[in-house]
Design a binder for this molecule. Sequence first.
Ligand SMILES: Cc1cc2nc3c(=O)[nH]c(=O)nc-3n(C[C@H](O)[C@H](O)[C@H](O)COP(=O)(O)O)c2cc1C
Length: 150
Amino acid sequence: MKGLVVYGTRYGTAKEIVEEISGTLKDENVDVKLVNAKEIRDHDVSVFDLIVVGTGIKMGKWTKESINFLKKNRNILSNKKVALFISCGTANTEKSMAEGQEKYLDNISKEYLTNKPIATGLFGGVYDPNVNHGLMFKFVNRFIKKELEG
Ligand SMILES: Cc1cc2nc3c(=O)[nH]c(=O)nc-3n(C[C@H](O)[C@H](O)[C@H](O)COP(=O)(O)O)c2cc1C
């Protein structure tokens, strides 16, 4: 079986997740190609049997390249086994997991896929206060630090 894993990431977490997913698929004898959604242009998606697509979430959004991948390949994906995953802070607590599943996986598959995905994966986010994620992160960071330090 040939598998394609396409991911969108802003801070690298989704990349770590797809490396794990690819390893697991390889162990199951799937011939895996791993591609950043930003570099998917020249790949022929139609040759794959299984396609895994996922992204980190920022301000409630998938990366635009990973959404564009779903939009552009909607017809091809309707004849394939498709699995979706996300990495987000909402998945970090038991209480908010259902919200993450609905907002970032179920709603996205309803909007962009013709058929239901064969699987969805909801992964937590890694919070690293020492990584500079830009202005918004700095702002949020101050409040998180305060909370953690009580
Ligand atoms: C600026 C910023 C905004 C974020 N917005 C959200 C959000 O709206 N919802 C959420 O569940 N997680 C949010 N997160 C947490 C990320 O989804 C989480 O860290 C994820 O692992 C990032 O994936 P990436 O490293 O592949 O980009 C945010 C993180 C940052 C730094």
